[in-house]
Design a protein around this ligand. Structure first.
Ligand code: NCD
Ligand code: ZN
Ligand code: ZN
Length: 352
C-alpha cells in the first residue's frame, strides 16, 4: 500500500462471553494470554465463563479466580457465576462479585448440564439487577422462555446460531419479556459448508448452521443485542480429540470491519453490539479514556500472529481490513504495534 491507511478510534470493546480456562486448563489459555488476545483484538473488558475444570459454583472458587485474574490480567475482566441448581444459598454473596449467572441447558465443554426442573427457582433466586445467561439450543429454548414468564427477570441467550432460535427470541421480546441475545462471529462468517475444509477447527457448540440460517442472522441485525466471541480455545491435540469451541477475541473486530467495508453492517451497529449494549445490559463501566485504534489496512489473519495460547483460528489465511494498532485503558496504552505494553496485574477485576 502506498498511502498510509486511515486510523479510526473506537470505544474499548466489551466481550461478555470468553473462556480463559484459568485456573485448571492453562494448557489452552490463561489470564495473561487470554487478556493479551483481548487487547490485540481491541477488547478492553472481557467476562469469563464459569465452566472451568472445577466449575465456579462456590464463593470460594469465585474469590480464588478473581484473585488469580487480578495477578495475571492485562485487560479488564469480570466473571459469570455458575449453578447446577444446588448452590442457591450462595447467590447473595456471589452476585456482588459477579457480572451474571451462566446456566448450561445443553451439554457442552465441562458437562455442567443443568436440569431444567431447577430453572424457575434459579431465575427467582438470582438478584433481578443481574442477568442470567443461557447456553440453550433449539430443543430447550421454549422451556427457557416459558420459565421467565411473570418473573421480570433479565435473561440473555448466548451464541444464537439459527433462524429457529432467533425467531423465538424476537417473539419473546415482542411479548414484553426482558430478554436479550448474542451472536458469535463464527455463526455470522462461517456455515456448515465450511466444516469440510476446517475439519475439527470448525466444530463448536452450537454448531455451524446453514447458509439460510446465516442469512437470517444478517437480515435481523437490529434484533441482535450483542456480538460475543465465545472465545473457547483448545489445544490442537484436544481439537483432534473432539473438543468443541474456537477462539475469537483477535478476529471479531477485523471480521466486522471487513463486513462494514462490504456494506453488510454499519460502524454504529458494530459499536452498539460490541460496546454500548454489553455495557448497558451487564452494567460494565466505560470511560472516554478507554479505546482502541484500528488501521483500515488489509492484512491476513495467520495462526502465527495470535496471542491466544491455542495458536490457531478458524479464520487462518483470511484477508481482512482493520488491524488493531493500539488499545488504551484509562489513558494507559496497553497494546501498541503488535506488542503488549501492560504488565500482568494491570488489568482491573470488576465489579471492584
Ligand atoms: C465452549 C467451551 O469450550 O468452553 N465451547 C463451545 O463450543 N462453545 C463452551 C460453550 O460456550 O458452550
Ligand atoms: Zn455455550
Ligand atoms: Zn461459551
Amino acid at each position: 500500500m502506498t498511502s498510509k491507511a486511515k486510523i479510526i478510534r473506537l470505544p474499548g470493546l466489551i466481550d461478555i462471553h470468553v473462556h480463559l480456562r484459568d485456573p485448571g486448563q492453562t494448557q489452552k489459555e490463561d489470564f495473561t494470554s487470554g487478556t493479551s488476545a483481548a487487547l490485540a483484538g481491541g477488547f478492553t473488558t472481557v467476562v469469563d465463563m464459569p465452566n472451568n475444570s472445577e466449575p465456579i459454583t462456590t464463593v470460594e472458587r469465585l474469590l480464588q479466580k478473581r484473585d488469580l485474574a487480578q495477578q495475571k490480567s492485562v485487560a479488564g475482566i469480570g466473571f459469570h457465576y455458575g449453578s447446577l441448581g444446588d448452590n442457591l444459598e450462595t447467590f447473595e454473596e456471589a452476585a456482588p462479585l459477579s457480572i451474571g449467572l451462566k446456566l448450561y441447558l445443553n451439554n457442552t465443554t465441562g458437562g455442567y448440564l443443568l436440569d431444567v426442573a431447577y430453572l424457575k427457582k434459579i431465575y427467582a433466586a438470582w438478584p433481578k439487577d443481574k442477568v442470567v445467561l443461557l447456553h440453550v439450543e433449539e430443543d430447550v429454548i421454549d422451556i427457557a422462555i416459558e420459565s421467565m414468564k411473570n418473573l421480570k427477570r433479565p435473561v440473555h441467550v448466548c451464541h444464537m446460531p439459527s433462524k429457529e432460535i432467533l425467531e423465538k427470541i424476537i417473539n419473546a421480546k415482542q411479548s414484553g419479556l426482558p430478554i436479550t441475545c448474542g451472536v458469535c462471529p463464527h455463526h455470522l462468517f462461517l456455515t456448515n459448508e465450511d466444516v469440510d475444509k476446517l475439519g475439527n477447527y470448525g466444530r463448536m457448540l452450537p454448531s455451524l448452521k446453514t447458509r439460510e440460517d446465516q442469512q437470517y442472522l444478517w437480515e435481523h441485525l437490529d434484533d441482535i443485542d450483542i456480538f460475543e466471541s465465545d472465545h473457547a480455545p483448545h489445544t490442537h491435540q484436544e481439537k483432534a480429540e473432539g473438543a468443541h469451541g474456537v477462539p475469537g477475541l483477535e478476529t471479531t473486530l477485523p471480521l466486522l470491519l471487513t463486513a462494514e467495508k462490504e456494506g453488510k453492517i454499519t460502524r454504529e451497529q458494530i459499536i452498539e453490539k460490541c460496546h454500548t449494549n454489553p455495557a448497558r445490559i451487564f452494567s460494565i463501566p466505560t470511560s472516554d479514556r478507554t479505546y482502541t485504534e484500528v488501521s483500515l489496512e488489509e492484512y491476513t489473519i495467520t495462526n502465527e500472529n495470535l496471542f491466544t495460547k491455542c495458536g490457531w483460528s478458524p479464520f487462518d489465511g483470511q484477508k481482512v481490513t482493520g488491524k488493531v494498532v493500539k488499545t488504551v485503558i484509562n489513558g494507559k496504552t496497553c497494546f501498541e504495534n503488535g506488542k503488549i505494553i501492560a504488565t500482568p496485574g494491570d488489568g482491573l477485576v470488576i465489579p471492584s
